[in-house]
Design a protein around this ligand. Sequence first.
Ligand SMILES: Nc1nc2c(c(=O)[nH]1)N[C@H]1C(S)=C(S)[C@@H](COP(=O)(O)OP(=O)(O)OC[C@H]3O[C@@H](n4cnc5c(=O)[nH]c(N)nc54)[C@H](O)[C@@H]3O)O[C@H]1N2
Ligand SMILES: Nc1nc2c(c(=O)[nH]1)N[C@H]1C(S)=C(S)[C@@H](COP(=O)(O)OP(=O)(O)OC[C@H]3O[C@@H](n4cnc5c(=O)[nH]c(N)nc54)[C@H](O)[C@@H]3O)O[C@H]1N2
Ligand SMILES: [Mo]
Length: 767
Amino acid sequence: MSSQTNDGNARIRDYGGPAGGWGSVESLAEILMREGSPLAVAADLIHQNKADGFMCVSCAWAKPAHPHPFEYCENGAKASAWEMTHKKTGPDFFAAHAVSELESWPDHDLEEHGRLTHPMRWDAASDKYVEVDWEAAFAEIGRELKALDPNSVVFYTSGRASLEASYMYQLFARMYGTNNLPDSSNMCHESTSVALPDSIGVPVGTVRLDDFDKTDCIFFFGQNVGTNSPRMLHQLQDARMRGVEIITFNPLRERGLERFVNPQAPLEMLTNRPTQISTQYHQVKAGGDTAAIFGIAKALIAADDRVGNILDHAFIAEHTHGFQEFREAARRYEWAQLEARSGLSRAEMEEAAEVYARSKAVIGIYGMGLTQHRAGVDNCKMLVNLLLLRGNIGRPGAGICPVRGHSNVQGQRTVGITEKPELAPLDKLKELYGFEPPREKGLSTVDACEGIIKGEVKAFIGLGGNFVRAVPDTTIIEEAWRKQRLTVQISTKLNRSHLIHGEVSFILPCLGRTEVDRQATGPQAVSTEDSTAYIHGSRGVRTPVADTILSEPKIIAEMAKHTLAPNPKVDWDGWVADYAKIRDAIEATYPEQFKDFNRRMFEPGGFPRPLAARERQWKTKTGKANFHVPAGLDEDPDMVSNDDVFLLITVRSNDQFNTTVYGYDDRFRGIQGTRRVLMMNAADIALLSLKDGEMVDLATVADDGVERRLNGFRLTAYDVPRGCCWAYYPECNPLIPLWHHAIGSKVPAAKSVPIKVCRSAATAAAA
Ligand SMILES: Nc1nc2c(c(=O)[nH]1)N[C@H]1C(S)=C(S)[C@@H](COP(=O)(O)OP(=O)(O)OC[C@H]3O[C@@H](n4cnc5c(=O)[nH]c(N)nc54)[C@H](O)[C@@H]3O)O[C@H]1N2
Ligand SMILES: Nc1nc2c(c(=O)[nH]1)N[C@H]1C(S)=C(S)[C@@H](COP(=O)(O)OP(=O)(O)OC[C@H]3O[C@@H](n4cnc5c(=O)[nH]c(N)nc54)[C@H](O)[C@@H]3O)O[C@H]1N2
Ligand SMILES: [Mo]
């Protein structure tokens, strides 16, 4: 078993290579070897993101109608190979390891052991998971759920479950009697889902793949494309070849945003000649984007005042609301304020404004760097403000492009996974299935955590994910978690959320999307929605890892049948026998969005859902696209700030998918063999009288009386703005207070956690 930090072998140095290139081929080869049968897995990967194959289980980036021969990236292949492994975590494994022993295992080792193969029930006497009959498991879960108040039960979804499974799951929860349907987007793009409807009347991005062929400028905020959505590098590279300017705002100089060698282009690989991706790179401070965008807007408005015609006044007059207030706010902020908060110089902001002003069609792309702040919702609206100034929404080659995380996280929302009753088609569900859906607001992820801490949540059902590890304040949550009566995790691999469990606890192993899903009418297909609102069919190609596992729709149907009174209008068994019938039900519920669902799902490139904002129809309260003036420049206003308090940014490495840690290398950032590092500006290290390479302890600065502390991080000098530092998620989650979340969306503010850094107590004692 390897340890969480393998510091003996740790190496940290500059990585000179591009994103993609030979480094990515080597890294992929290593992964395939590790999973045991490199050739078979490689052969199956050919089907990834193809019209007749399976949709990538990694990120949600768009899948083109004319895919490359290998339409996958290093990280997509890693994610699929991780699922396709032959290694198994079966009853013999659980017989050999008590749960309390497994609790000391790092995330990597738990999952690396292989796929879960049998339904397991925790046995209190031996503290081990013991094999259980499927039927017995469903019967007991049903009995437990029937005995509980539905509003004390949480139905969580991680963003990977298909549209079919998600639709069934929300229906089950609502027929049972609750809207407690939090999902991983509550920690992710919920800021987007709250901001965009207010601003432009749709909850999702407006950009489609063909807009990348028509744009002449891309603004790129807080998203690490080389690691988290590498297939997008193809669009960015093509755009750069056409001379499109890419203007990036990111505290870290991320390799994928600097240069890229396409591993699928033989000539590029031979010459190893990278494409420069960003034409301007602005190392904004953590939480400095609103100030930066105000700076750009201020420059544009000043130029418009001078020479006119810089802003699109016709568009603003016809299509927007609130422009005057926004213009006044931009004028009011002093350059000195904007420089101090953004960490950028006035010249830098003006340079960005200059390119923006001469571009005809601009795309604004963003990720967690905007959404995971206290002002995450305002941040998203601020980027919309910038686009509206020159009519860059609802025009070819322009638009807003939030890069979603999990492969179907956007789609789950589309089919009713939401704790907000106003977003679910409750009347339609009532009409179709003849039951009275619950109308009161359900629990979001943060609400669920609060409920668990207070002891009000009695049961947790997880459709995928690793909730206990992904949420903030993990130490406090783990303690409270065990007070629950029932925990059920529907999963492919073992993780920490199985080990921290309730009184009655089940692990239910399920098929992954890469596997053939055979039901009564034959092999079934499922569907997902990508970041550009295209729906794609997906068919597994692998023989399932064990014949003892069930599909997600089957598991949900059985839990529902064992919990709910029979309802002749819901044919759970018929749906499981033929998933096309679930899609018919989805179409009946959302006739406009899913017209001809079964017929269209395998169209090459998928089929798009209609998006009013693309047509400049604004389904907002004002009937217009709204400018929004944020509350202030400070994105994390309630936190203590002074010279020795640093803003901690928590990010993903190139060798992980969220809480799934494939390995301990972060190639693009030059880190090898460890994840327990704290990266800081050399001048700040000197200011603290610390030394590069020494061990430090981290403590959150908050005045709520709770001590949040993590010890033993290797301090390393890194090119990051003064006053900021960064380290890895999920290791740092115990440092994030649960209440430190975005106003309006409750997305944990994981990109600005105020901490103090001091010499490790252990080192200090030894000295
Ligand atoms: N291989 C791989 N792919 C993934 C995932 C994975 O873990 N591994 N996770 C998936 C999921 S669920 C999601 S949500 C996405 C996440 O993808 P991203 O949105 O890229 O998320 P992070 O890795 O958290 O990185 C956020 C980026 O924002 C920058 N940043 C931090 N703070 C700020 C700030 O204040 N302002 C600005 N402008 N930038 C900032 C960081 O330096 C980093 O480059 O990726 C998805 N795809
Ligand atoms: N500090 C900090 N915290 C963060 C973030 C951050 O940037 N910083 N990011 C947040 C974000 S954006 C997100 S999305 C969350 C992620 O939170 P989650 O979505 O809850 O976590 P994952 O790590 O994606 O879940 C991994 C587990 O999913 C299961 N799984 C994998 N494939 C399947 C499948 O096909 N079916 C089923 N049923 N199970 C499957 C496996 O058992 C695996 O162990 O974390 C959030 N937490
Ligand atoms: Mo996410």
